[in-house]
Design a binder for this molecule. Structure first.
Ligand code: FPP
Length: 240
């Protein structure tokens, strides 16, 4: 294996933040305490990622499947997201962070939709790290929504089906304009994609750690980046 002379920083890191519930249970706390600790960790990791030179960070905050959790847990998660949207503008301004929410926001409470839009609007010209938060997000649902949109364009005569390229599809996804992730991190010992960014992660390196999300630190992020540095990305080709 070639020795690493200089650490290569992935441009885009995606994270499945797992293990909040187990972290809380182990401490005799309600599951929702795991989520609130998890939310604090997201904010710290965003800053750490930025300092490391990562340009885009995408986190899986609430999946299309998470609605089936107990009502009180769904409400607690929505309240954490609500609080983030309402209070993080000064920090985003200070750190030059650009926010984008991916997922089907039309199913969220109207006040949450409004504060998401407000935060996106007020941070859209920031030129630092891009922070994507997946809320009511499922990869299959995202692809279904994109296909519906393209089919309508074709039906209206604005798109020739023979002209549909991979780029056309990428541009119809919620992540349009954002480069695909180079590295996916999943915490808490699970090794599944769980309907997260399935199109965009086609060539990403996968890194799994047993650390639960509320315990995840800058050192864990650095370990993941080091592991990424030891992989040879071939995109289906041969080693040069
Ligand atoms: C998975 O752990 C985690 C979630 C379903 C929620 C993740 C959300 C946050 C960390 C809050 C995000 C906040 C912001 C501001 C972006 P789990 O509950 O499935 O854990 P378990 O597998 O141990 O039960």
């Amino acid at each position: 294996m070639a020795e690493i002379k200089e650490r290569k920083i992935p441009q885009h890191v995606a994270i499945i933040m797992d293990g909040n519930g187990r972290w809380a249970k182990k401490r005799g706390l309600p599951r929702t305490m795991g989520h609130s600790q998890g939310a604090k960790v997201v904010e710290q990791i965003l800053e750490d990622a930025d300092h490391m030179g990562i340009k885009y960070l995408t986190v899986y905050a609430f999946s299309t499947e998470n609605w089936s959790r107990p009502k009180a847990e769904v409400i607690a998660l929505m309240n954490l997201l609500r609080a983030y949207m309402k209070t993080s503008l000064p920090k985003c301004a200070k750190n030059n962070v650009r926010i984008r929410v991916i997922g089907d926001r039309s199913k969220l409470d109207q006040d949450l939709q409004d504060s998401i839009q407000d935060l996106e609007e007020k941070t859209k010209t920031n030129t630092g790290i891009g922070f994507q938060i997946a809320i009511n997000y499922g990869s299959r649902d995202e692809i279904r929504r994109a296909v519906t949109r393209l089919a309508k364009e074709a039906k209206d005569g604005n798109l020739n089906p023979d002209d549909i390229t991979e780029e056309t599809i990428s541009d119809a996804l919620d992540t349009a304009g954002i480069p695909d992730p180079d590295l996916l991190i999943r915490t808490a010992g699970e090794e599944r994609l769980s309907n997260f960014l399935m199109w965009q992660l086609s060539y990403a390196e996968m890194y799994f750690t047993d650390t639960a999300w509320p315990d995840f630190t800058k050192e864990d992020l650095e370990k993941a980046v080091d592991a990424y540095n030891h992989r040879e990305r071939r995109y289906g080709g041969l080693i040069q």
